[in-house]
Design a protein around this ligand. Structure first.
Ligand code: FAD
Ligand code: SF4
Length: 525
């Protein structure tokens, strides 16, 4: 494989004589780690096929940085494989993968190829059409990028099995933070200690930035040319794009941020977007880093006394608990869940999710890193951006599409369960026990945003009152049927009912005005 790069679609980087190869392996953009593939591949070095599909890249107007990240990582990986002695065919096409693969298979009769089950539904369906046309020449092997066997848990998760119990089973299976049969320190979960606000002037270490090399610069040029109308900007691209660079970031997180990850896990702060979060989802989700590697290193930091237990347990729970559980949910609930919309909301997403422009400081602060970098940590996603979408009665499928296109770490298997299951209650309560909605109090408790806002957090209704305050009660009243069925949330309905008629009227009026005036995104997302 030569190192001439691709700025045009429908070209190949490498000249491969297919007649010289009997076995080929097709590697998708999120399967970039040969350690997870069967050992015969590393030993026999068959032809590796990589395809950049513009049709896939245009299924949504994905953030330009996401496209740059995915394509640059795949190109770097393909070049590394070629340097390690693999024959490599790297092709860029306007078509979908299945078309490109069918073209190859129909031209070269002796060629057989193997692919790993894609983690995303649509790619899986497409590749299965290749099997149905070329059944004797194509082999599908199970996806090996996750720790849990989805088949083992699917039915229980579909029946509402809680993440906490799944997580305990994963702790026992993996042995992380176990003291014999018991959890390290006596508790399974130390979240009680993980809800602190960031103290004023508390220093937060910065994350290393990777310099763009020639390959990434070429990809940026191509993305600007072929995906010009897409979300976000490609400039100031600083993500790692190779395994070595991603491992550097993992080590940096373990050494500099893991210890304080726990206490400030739910905190948000003006102008500080990563805080003590790892920003590793980007690398975990395309294989540059494996989940086991991240958890091994975190546990080692605890054993060496370099990170406190509540931080390490919290981090490991996110990976072997939430991340794995979310993926099992996807396997259990697809494809019907795609259309889930428990509250039957039909509104388009508010315009501000695209422009970032709003007087609401929390929204502006949480949208900024998404528009600029395609990233924010969990609490802005859940308690600000999803919360506001729920309170403004936005169609959850619209929100799901927005999260999918706007975040660098988004793939359908992970974004959909988080949006339609966790944050919007669109599935009616399979994943979450209640809708994630809150008034401005939560945001004020966990951040310093309200101090910098034009709206007044202390005001409950009226023009300059915090919109979260009245929209929250408006939502509780309108969706009382859902809340009343839930023991944990029913008390909110009771609280609303105890308000004076005057207060209720003011809540309804402020909400109606706000909902009528809010500008919605008009183009197709
Ligand atoms: P950290 O806080 O450092 O956590 C460590 C790791 O745990 C993450 O890298 C991630 O791999 C894993 N993790 C934690 N929570 C979850 C979770 N709920 N689901 C899956 N993995 C989890 N995560 C994605 O990877 N891609 C998405 O598209 C995505 N969309 C989301 C949308 C919404 C509405 C919500 C509420 C959450 C979403 N998440 C998504 C989960 C979570 O917010 C991100 O994984 C996390 O914020 C990534 O940042 P980090 O790497 O700094 O995470
Ligand atoms: Fe957000 Fe309300 Fe606080 Fe403003 S006052 S930052 S809108 S929570």
């Amino acid at each position: 494989m030569n190192r001439t790069y691709l700025t045009n679609i429908d070209t190949s980087i490498s000249d491969v004589d297919f007649t010289q190869h009997k076995n080929a392996v097709f590697i998708l953009h999120d399967q970039l780690n040969l350690d997870t593939w069967p050992s015969w591949i590393r030993e026999e070095k068959p032809l590796l096929i990589f395809i950049e599909s513009a049709a896939k890249g245009k299924t949504l107007p994905y953030h330009k940085k996401k496209l740059v990240y995915l394509l640059s990582s795949m190109r770097h990986f393909a070049i590394e494989c070629a340097e390690a002695g693999f024959p490599v065919y790297y092709h860029s096409t306007k078509q979908h993968y299945d078309r490109a693969l069918k073209d190859i298979l129909s031209q070269y009769e002796d060629l057989h190829f193997t692919f790993m089950t894609p983690s995303e539904w649509d790619s899986r369906e497409r590749l299965r059409t290749v099997i149905s046309e070329f059944s004797t020449k194509v082999e599908e092997i199970p996806n090996n990028f996750f720790l849990a066997d989805a088949e083992e848990y699917k039915e229980r998760v579909k029946d509402g099995w809680l993440m906490e119990y799944f997580y305990r089973e994963m702790r026992r299976k993996t042995g992380y933070l176990m003291d014999g049969e018991q959890p390290e320190g006596g508790e399974w979960n130390y979240d009680e200690q993980n809800r602190e606000k960031l103290p004023k002037d508390h220093s937060v270490p910065s994350i290393a930035e990777t310099e763009t090399d020639e390959i990434t610069r070429e990809v940026i040029e191509m993305v600007e040319k072929w995906y010009s109308g897409h979300f976000g900007e490609s400039e100031d691209f600083t993500y790692a794009v190779t395994r070595r660079q991603a491992l550097y970031r993992l080590n940096e997180f373990i050494d500099e941020r893991l210890d304080e990850f726990g206490p400030y896990e739910d905190a948000m702060a003006q102008g500080k977007y990563d805080l003590f979060h790892s920003q590793l989802s980007v690398y975990l989700n395309n294989g540059l880093i494996l989940p086991k590697e991240a958890c091994d290193k975190a546990e080692e930091a605890y054993k060496n006394g370099n990170a406190r237990l509540n931080s390490v347990e919290g981090f490991i729970r996110q990976i072997i608990g939430w991340r794995e559980y979310i993926r099992v949910y996807y396997e259990a609930m697809m494809p019907e869940v795609r259309e889930a919309n428990h509250f039957d909301f039909t509104n388009k997403i508010p315009e501000m999710y695209w422009s970032g422009e709003t007087k609401m400081n929390c929204m502006s602060e949480c949208l900024k890193p998404v528009i600029e970098q395609g990233y924010s940590h969990h609490i802005p996603r859940l308690m600000v951006l999803s919360n506001f979408s729920n309170l403004t009665e936005t169609d959850p499928r619209e929100l799901n599409r927005w999260f999918h296109l706007a975040y660098v770490d988004a793939y359908e298997w992970v974004v959909l369960p988080n949006v339609l299951g966790m944050s919007t209650f669109a599935d009616g309560g399979v994943l979450a026990s209640k809708p994630y909605v809150s008034s401005g109090n939560y945001i004020n408790k966990m951040s310093d945003y309200c101090k910098h806002c034009d709206y007044k957090i202390s005001k409950k209704t009226g023009e300059d009152a915090c919109p979260f305050n009245y929209l929250y009660w408006n939502f509780i009243d309108k969706q009382r049927e859902t809340f009343s069925k839930n023991g944990r949330a029913n008390f909110m309905v009771n609280m609303f009912d105890k308000k004076s008629n005057e207060d209720k009227k003011a809540i309804f009026e402020s909400s109606a005005d706000f909902l009528e005036e809010i500008s919605r995104y008009k183009k197709e997302q």
